[in-house]
Design a protein around this ligand. Structure first.
Ligand SMILES: [Zn+2]
Ligand SMILES: [Zn+2]
Length: 382
């Protein structure tokens, strides 16, 4: 085994190397700014005064709005710390000791099952076991995965992105989406406004200065990035509409009743709001507005799971007060999560038993159901 000193040097070097793709993007963006503003729009100074043509003023105004939003979203994606599971999901000291004493897998699972009973955990491993992270010593919340690069468990992990040197997950997925959207818009705008200069280049209509080469490369790089960003952005739009992370698109989440690729989907509108929030004014701005706490998610289960602690005694939970039956969380349900449960025009409600049998029931995590006053109305047909 390598000594700890050399290991920390190796880690330090790795950490520096991870910033190279970010630096690469930053340099390209800086060059594109120089090429567009100073070369293409021809901004220059005469006797200390900025000189620019009228059409270029319009170009520059639009360009700077897109540029600022793009850099802002990119910054937020890079520097927003990924969220880790709450302390409720970590093993207590006594549970750790208990787990270490047991060497049989089944006995360890028994202990984990007991701990998981009080937590809003509904997904399992492929073999049906409780999802446990050995490295972080915690029970993984639904949609949480351990990132080997960050060496942490990341809530609603989507993927580790080398271009932002950060994990894309619950805390920054909206920023990542906006980063893709604004970078695509940035490239498309440059391509569109550069097109007539690009045509002039090939028809010898441009003066023979160094600006013509900047204009040429600006067009090539912007159009190439547009193609790759458009495909990535389209794919992530599809993921948002389906309420899937990239990891879940590759491997569907496993619930107690089996694999269900649409297990977290609540319909396009609600799926979109889960990422972008309820308030339209915040949708295009890179500020946090996602709904939920990242540890638990409304889940669409085909069948009610008898193991769920929704109604431990078999009685109708609607008859009990929330305080009596609530098992989780210790903190109150966020207003945003509550809103995901309450009525919206896109949802059809029905109490018909026949309909329930036919189309299945949508249910949510136990604690969410129990604190909702309209529990009996949550049998919703999709
Ligand atoms: Zn972990
Ligand atoms: Zn990571």
């Amino acid at each position: 085994m390598a000594p700890s000193g050399s290991r920390s040097i190796k880690k330090g070097c790795q950490r520096v190397l991870y910033w190279i793709p970010v630096l690469f993007i930053a340099l390209i963006v800086a060059w594109s700014y120089y090429a567009y503003v100073l070369q293409l729009c021809g901004v220059h100074t005469i006797f200390g005064l900025v000189y620019v043509s009228l059409l270029a003023v319009v170009y520059l105004l639009v360009y700077h709005v897109i540029f600022i939003m793009f850099v802002w979203a990119y910054w937020q994606t890079i520097f927003t710390k990924p969220m880790n599971p709450l302390k409720e999901f970590h093993l207590s000291y006594s549970d750790k000791e208990l787990l270490e004493r047991e060497d049989r897998g089944e006995s360890q699972q028994e202990i984990l099952r007991r701990i998981a009973k009080d937590l809003p955990i509904y997904t399992r491993t492929n073999s049906g076991a409780i999802r446990f992270c050995d490295r972080c010593q915690l029970l993984k919340p639904d949609r949480c995965h351990h990132c080997s690069v960050c060496d942490k468990c990341i809530l609603k992990m989507d993927h580790h992105c080398p271009w932002v040197n950060n994990c894309v997950g619950f805390s920054n997925y909206k920023y990542f989406m906006l980063f893709l959207a604004y970078s695509l818009l940035y490239c498309l705008f440059i391509t569109a406004t550069d097109l007539r200069f690009f045509i002039k280049f090939w028809t010898n209509g441009l003066p023979d200065t160094q600006a013509k080469f900047h204009i040429l490369f600006l067009f090539f790089s912007a159009s190439m990035f547009s193609v790759s960003l458009a495909s990535l952005f389209t794919y992530h739009c599809w993921l948002v509409c389906k309420n899937r992370s990239t990891l879940e698109a590759v491997r569907s989440p496993v619930f107690r009743h089996g694999t269900d690729k649409n297990g977290f989907s609540l319909g396009v509108s609600k799926n979109f709001r889960q990422v972008f929030g309820d308030e339209v004014k915040y949708w295009p701005i890179p500020v946090f507005s996602s709904l939920g706490d990242g540890c638990s998610f409304p889940t669409c289960l085909v069948n009610l799971d008898p193991e769920q602690p929704v109604s431990p005694t078999g009685s109708n939970p609607a008859n009990k007060s929330a305080a009596e039956v609530r098992q989780f969380p210790s903190k109150p349900l966020r207003d945003s999560q509550s809103r995901l449960l309450t009525s919206t025009p896109s949802w059809t409600e029905s109490d018909s038993a026949a309909d329930k049998d036919k189309k299945g029931q949508i249910t949510f995590h136990s604690f969410q159901l129990l604190i909702s006053k309209d529990y009996h109305k949550l049998k919703i047909i999709i």
